[in-house]
Design a protein around this ligand. Structure first.
Ligand SMILES: [Fe+2]
Length: 326
């Protein structure tokens, strides 16, 4: 008889939302609603919840903190039984629960659980979160439909990939040498990517535009606001998605993307891409990433969920240095 504890804890259906902690949450909320194109759902002091034109209740949560950090990443699972089963299997994998399965006391509600990954990132698995009627995906202005992916800096890319594949059941779509790994949980080429780095931190968050026309219109809107891309526009090799990177008021990197490659599960072959300018920037329009964007993507050391919630605990590491990019 096969023991279930060795199986992944759940079949993750999609990336729901990301929570970013920042000392400039209110300013960032204004940026993401008035410039970036997200729709404000709710504000509570400096905290804010924003959605795209898709069905997710919200895709971005902002909360005030002493320094930039990841608050949590939320994934959808099929239903309450899957949440309960995930709790049992997490225990079997030796992963303690931060929040036991139950109704989520948060904006959008739902039923879920939370745990920390090996580098202290808080992960939420949820079902029955309030869904909303989608906006007009082809309408104007061109605004993000959903969260496309979150790229995470990791101090141990192999350990990170092992946890996310073995415990969370994600699949590795491609590698960029041994520097980056792109992981999927559905047909999107990646919803999470890991970047080998000097410290754990958030590298960037990408928002999917419905078409390349909307992608370009979004870049145009930011230009109208006086913001030019830190890097892009261009098209990446791994994932074949368009990219244009910007910085939000807290200095966190945000990306417009579109046309993310769709994976045919039964026939997909994981590749290892060489890290050459031609493959990072297929169109040849973006050029190499600047030192500025690499430093911003390196971010500041993230002490992890437990430390963030212990007031006054200094995070490890010092000031940011030059990082690496996709
Ligand atoms: Fe990206």
């Amino acid at each position: 008889m096969y023991e279930s504890v060795h199986r992944p804890v759940a079949r993750l259906r999609s990336l729901r939302s990301v929570t970013l902690l920042t000392p400039r949450a209110a300013e960032s909320a204004d940026f993401y609603s008035e410039v970036w194109g997200l729709v404000p759902v709710e504000r509570d002091g400096a905290a804010a919840w924003l959605r795209g034109t898709g069905r997710q209740h919200h895709i971005l949560e902002l909360a005030e903190a002493e320094r930039n950090a990841l608050g949590k990443i939320a994934f959808a699972v099929a239903g309450r039984p899957q949440v309960d089963e995930a709790a049992r299997r997490l225990t079997g994998h030796g992963v303690p629960l931060v929040t036991e399965p139950g109704p989520l006391d948060q904006v959008g509600g739902g039923y879920g659980l939370r745990f920390a990954d090996p580098e202290g990132r808080l992960i939420e698995l949820s079902a029955d979160v309030e869904a909303v009627a989608p906006g007009d995906p082809g309408g104007l202005p061109a605004v993000p439909r959903k969260l496309a992916h979150v790229v995470l800096n990791t101090v141990d890319i192999d350990a990170a990939c092992d946890f996310y594949t073995r415990v969370l059941g994600m699949r590795i779509s491609d590698w960029s040498e041994h520097q980056m790994a792109f992981l999927r949980c559905n047909t999107d080429h990646h919803v999470i990517a890991f970047n080998q780095a000097e410290w754990t931190s958030i590298n960037h968050v990408a928002y999917e535009m419905t078409s390349i026309d909307h992608f370009m219109r979004g870049i145009g809107r930011l230009r109208h606001h006086g913001l030019t891309p830190l890097w892009g526009p261009g098209r990446h090799g791994p994932g074949n998605n368009t990219f244009s990177y910007f910085a939000d008021p807290a200095g966190l990197v945000c990306e417009y993307t579109s046309e993310v490659e769709q994976v045919e599960e039964d026939t997909w072959l994981c590749r290892t891409w060489r890290r050459t300018p031609e493959l990072s920037d297929l169109w040849g329009t973006a050029g190499p990433p600047s030192r500025d964007v690499r430093v911003r993507m390196a971010g500041v050391p993230d002490p992890g969920h437990a430390a963030v919630h212990r007031a006054g605990t200094p995070p490890p590491g010092e000031a940011p240095s030059e990082g690496t990019t996709p």
